[in-house]
Design a binder for this molecule. Structure first.
Ligand SMILES: C[S@@+](CC[C@H](N)C(=O)[O-])C[C@H]1O[C@@H](n2cnc3c(N)ncnc32)[C@H](O)[C@@H]1O
Ligand code: SF4
Length: 389
C-alpha cells in the first residue's frame, strides 16, 4: 500500500508547507513542493490545503509579545490501555492531589507575576492532562481563580478538558461556568461498550450522553475525541461511533488514529493485543469513511498532526463546525508562539528568532514535580527572558 504521507517522517506535515509559504510561494506552489519532495498523496494534499487555509492567516497575524498557557493536571480516574500521557490513576497517587494543587498555585503565581511585570499578553489558556475534572471541584475552582487573578488578561480562548464523563459533576460544571470557561472536551473515544471496558474507561456511552446533556448549553464549544482503529473494532463499529457523535452535534470532533505508544500498557502487553488492530488498508478505509461522513455533516478539518507509530501512516485531525476552531490547538502544533506549560508533565516551547525551538518539560511524576517546582519555574523564566529582550 502507498504511504499516504509519502516519505514524510515528521509528525507535523504543515511545518515544511508553512516554511514555503513564508518564502513567498503560493499555497498551490507550496503543495506542489510537498508532492515533489515527499510524495504526499493527493488526498492528503487536499486535506493540508483546507487546514492551511484556516491556519496560515492565523499564524501570520499573531499578537506581539504574546504567550499561550498550558496547565497539566496529571490525574485520571483510571489509566487507559493506550495512554502515554503524564497522568496517575487516582487510586495510585490520588493522595498527592492536595500537595500538587499547592505547587501548581505557586507556579501560576510566579509565572503570572513575571508575565505582568514584563508586559506579556496571554493569547490562549488550555487546562488539560490527565483529567482536570478528576480534581475536587473546590481545588479546580482555586486553580481557575488563580489563572484569572495572576495572568495578564484578556485571553482569546479559555478551554478545560473534562475528558472522562464520570468526573463532570454538577459542582464541577458550576465551577467551570463561573470561571468563564468557554470550551470543554468530553471524550467518548468509542460508542462500543465492549471496547470501553477493554481500554479501561469505566463509563458507558450513556454516561457520555448524560454529560453532554448536562453541559450543552453552558459552553460555546464542546469538543469530543474519538479514536479510530481501537483494538477489536472494524469499520462497522467505528462508523457507528462517528455517526453517534455527529448526531450529538458537538462543535468540534477530534479524530485520532490509534497509535501504539511505548510508555502505554498496550505496548507492554503487545503480544496479546497486536492482532486485534486493523491492517493499514482498513485504517485507510476508516479515515476515508469518517472524513466523508464529517464533511457531509458540515464539519471542516482545521488542524492535524501525526504520531510516530500511527496505524496506516495516517494522522489525527481536528474537525470543526464553522467558527469554532480551537486556536490553542493550532498554536500548539504549529510552534510559532511561546507556550508556557505549568503543572505535571507540562511541556513549554520557546521560539528562537530563527524559528527553531527550545523546550522544557516539567517532571511527569507528580511527586518529583512537587519537589522540583522552583527549578521548573526558574528554567522557564530564563528561557523566556533570553528570547524576549
Ligand atoms: C491528551 S489525550 C487526553 C484527553 C483525556 N484525558 C481523555 O483521554 O479523555 C487527548 C486524546 O488523545 C487520544 N489518544 C490518547 N492516546 C492515544 C493513542 N495511543 N492513540 C490514539 N489516540 C490517543 C484520545 O482520543 C484522547 O482523548
Ligand atoms: S483519561 Fe486521557 S490522560 Fe487519562 S489515562 Fe485515559 S487517555 Fe490518559
Amino acid at each position: 500500500m502507498r504511504a499516504p504521507w509519502g516519505r514524510m517522517q515528521g509528525i507535523r506535515p504543515n511545518k515544511p508547507l508553512y516554511r514555503w509559504l513564508d518564502a513567498g510561494l503560493s499555497l498551490t506552489e507550496a503543495l506542489g513542493k510537498m508532492q515533489d519532495t515527499y510524495g504526499v498523496s493527493t488526498t492528503k494534499l487536499a486535506l493540508l490545503r483546507q487546514v492551511a487555509e484556516h491556519e496560515y492567516p492565523l499564524l501570520t497575524s499573531l499578537p506581539p509579545r504574546a504567550v499561550s498557557i498550558y496547565v497539566g493536571i496529571p490525574f485520571c480516574p483510571s489509566r487507559c490501555l493506550y495512554c502515554s500521557f503524564p497522568s496517575h490513576s487516582l487510586r495510585e497517587l490520588g493522595q498527592e492531589r492536595q500537595r500538587f494543587v499547592s505547587a501548581l498555585l505557586h507556579e501560576i503565581a510566579v509565572v503570572g507575576g513575571y508575565l505582568q511585570q514584563y508586559e506579556f499578553s496571554v493569547d490562549t489558556v488550555y487546562v488539560g492532562g490527565g483529567t482536570p475534572t478528576a480534581l475536587a471541584a473546590s481545588d479546580l475552582a482555586c486553580i481557575l481563580r488563580a489563572l484569572q487573578r495572576e495572568l495578564p488578561r484578556p485571553w482569546r480562548e479559555f478551554t478545560v478538558e473534562a475528558g472522562r464523563p464520570e468526573t463532570l459533576t454538577e459542582e464541577h460544571l458550576a465551577v467551570l461556568t463561573k470561571a468563564g470557561v468557554e470550551r470543554i472536551s468530553i471524550n467518548p473515544q468509542t460508542r462500543q461498550q465492549k471496547t470501553l471496558e477493554l481500554i479501561g474507561r469505566h463509563h458507558s456511552y450513556q454516561d457520555i450522553e448524560a454529560a453532554v446533556a448536562r453541559s450543552r448549553d453552558q459552553f460555546s464549544t464542546l469538543n469530543m475525541d474519538l479514536i479510530l482503529g481501537l483494538p477489536g473494532e472494524g469499520l462497522a463499529e467505528m462508523q457507528a461511533s462517528v455517526e453517534w457523535v455527529q448526531n450529538l452535534r458537538p462543535e468540534n470532533i477530534t479524530l485520532h488514529m490509534f497509535s501504539p505508544k511505548r510508555a502505554s500498557r498496550f505496548t507492554g502487553e503487545q503480544n496479546d493485543w497486536q492482532e486485534m488492530l486493523p491492517s493499514a488498508e482498513l485504517a485507510t478505509h476508516m479515515v476515508e469513511a469518517t472524513s466523508e461522513s464529517l464533511r457531509q455533516a458540515g464539519y471542516d478539518p482545521y488542524y492535524l498532526y501525526r504520531q510516530r507509530n500511527i496505524l496506516g501512516g495516517q494522522e489525527n485531525v481536528g474537525w470543526t463546525l464553522p467558527g469554532h476552531a480551537c486556536r490553542y490547538n493550532t498554536l500548539m502544533i504549529s510552534e510559532r508562539q511561546h507556550i508556557l506549560g505549568l503543572g505535571g508533565g507540562a511541556v513549554s516551547k520557546f521560539i528562537n528568532n530563527d524559528g527553531t525551538l527550545v523546550s522544557q518539560t516539567n517532571a511527569r511524576d507528580v511527586r518529583v514535580y512537587i519537589k522540583r517546582v522552583e527549578q521548573h519555574i526558574a528554567s522557564k523564566m530564563k528561557l523566556l527572558a533570553e528570547r524576549s529582550e
